[in-house]
Every structure is written in C-alpha cells, then in structure tokens.
Design a protein around this ligand. Sequence first.
Ligand code: ADP
Ligand code: ADP
Length: 223
Amino acid sequence: EPVLSLDAVEKCYNRGLPGEVSVLRGASLSVAPGEVVALVAPSGAGKSTLLHIAGLLDTPDSGAVRIAGADMTGQSDRRRTAARRADIGFVYQFHHLLPEFTALENILLPQLAAGTPRAAAEARAMDLLTRVGIAPRAGHRPAALSGGEQQRVAFCRALANRPRLLLADEPTGNLDPGTSDTVFGALMELVRETGLAALIATHNLDLAARMDRTLHLETGRLV
Ligand code: ADP
Ligand code: ADP
C-alpha cells in the first residue's frame, strides 16, 4: 500500500477572478514505503502547491489525497493536523531551526511535543545526529553551524518522530554544489535506513538521478 497517493488532484487559485491560475490539473502519483521519488518542476509549475497538498497543509479543489491508505479528502482540520504530525516530516530549502536552541534541542522539541519521554528523545536525537555525522555539534546553536550542518540538523528534526513520509522542497538548494552532494548523501542514507517514503523536489538533475524515480510536473500533471 502506498504511503502517499494523490489521485486526479486539481487546484486553481483565484477561481473566477482576473488572476485565475489553474496549477494542478489532474495530478496523480503514489510513493511506496522505502521509495525515494524526485519531483522536478520548472519554477512556477506548482511544486510548492503539490507539496503543500501532499503534506495536508492545503486542500485540493477536487481529487483525493491518501496517507497510508486513509483518505484525507474532506477530513476536519483537526484530523489533518493530527495525521500531519504523526506521519509526515518536512524539510525546506532553508533550515528553519530555532536559533535560541541547540542542534540537540531542536531535534528534541518535536519529540517532547509528541509526548516522548526526555531520555528516549535524547537518545533518538543523538542517534540521528550520529548517523548524519555531526554528533560532536549537538550542543551548538544553529548560528555556530555551517550551512550543511544546519541542513543535516533539519533532516534529523524532520525524522525525529519517525514519520512514514518525508516531503522535502529543495533540501540542498541553498548549499554550494560540493556540500549539497555530501549533505544529500547523508539524507539518502537516513531515508534508506529508516525505510520511509520520500518525495523530494529538486532542480538538480544529478540529485534526481540518485533517487529511485523522477516525476516531472508539467502543465499541472505528473509525467
Ligand atoms: P512552484 O513552487 O513550482 O514555483 P507554486 O506552487 O508556488 O509553484 O505556484 C504555482 C503557481 O500558482 C504560480 O503561478 C503562483 O504564482 C501561483 N500561486 C501560488 N500560490 C498562490 C496563491 N496563494 N494565490 C494565487 N496564486 C498562487
Ligand atoms: P507544530 O505546530 O507541531 O510545529 P504543525 O502541525 O503546525 O506542527 O506543522 C507540521 C509541519 O508542517 C512542520 O514541519 C511545519 O514546519 C510545517 N508547516 C506548518 N505550517 C506550514 C505552512 N503554512 N507552510 C509550510 N510548512 C508548514
């Protein structure tokens, strides 16, 4: 059973108004457990819209969004938020770490919010930091970390609560090419080890080639 599936999703902004723009026009995809799928789209093609809908942050005008088989279409905001927190991890181009907290604390916070006991949360955070090779940086605040290190911490935070699905929007887009390559390698290892499904938007075709499959978003559909 797919972790994520979108079926004939339509999304239009400003319907019936002068600025009407039909962004998704029957977009369908599915991502299986353990599968890493690249999402490649020209700027303005609707990549963010698609990721927001897949991440239950926005709703389609029509079509279905299923997370682990459960149809999220028409669910209440409360149910959608609960599903998002339980099942989905997000990574963005910019790390969005909380500046006043250390790397370790940034990875602890979502776990404590989810009710994980502190000792277990710390063990989980240190395990993740070790896997991405930056355990010695656990006590540093984001400002004391390099861009690549900051982004590794963001990956650890996204995976802290063991989501089934990772959604990433240009996760290495603000890094120089060499760093991007290494940091992407660390992300792929984490994803492979945890067996979660991932949908990763990128403009970088070399990175896309390292994933299992590439979907191109063109004129509102996935090919
Ligand atoms: P991408 O992430 O591929 O650059 P987006 O999903 O952000 O694309 O946007 C796709 C199109 O929809 C663009 O033309 C954008 O201007 C438009 N758009 C995005 N969000 C809104 C919104 N909230 N209201 C109106 N138009 C929007
Ligand atoms: P919490 O309130 O526990 O921080 P939310 O359920 O609000 O978490 O959000 C879950 C994830 O979705 C977080 O990683 C957050 O960064 C992301 N998120 C929430 N709202 C938005 C938004 N409007 N745009 C992009 N990402 C968002």
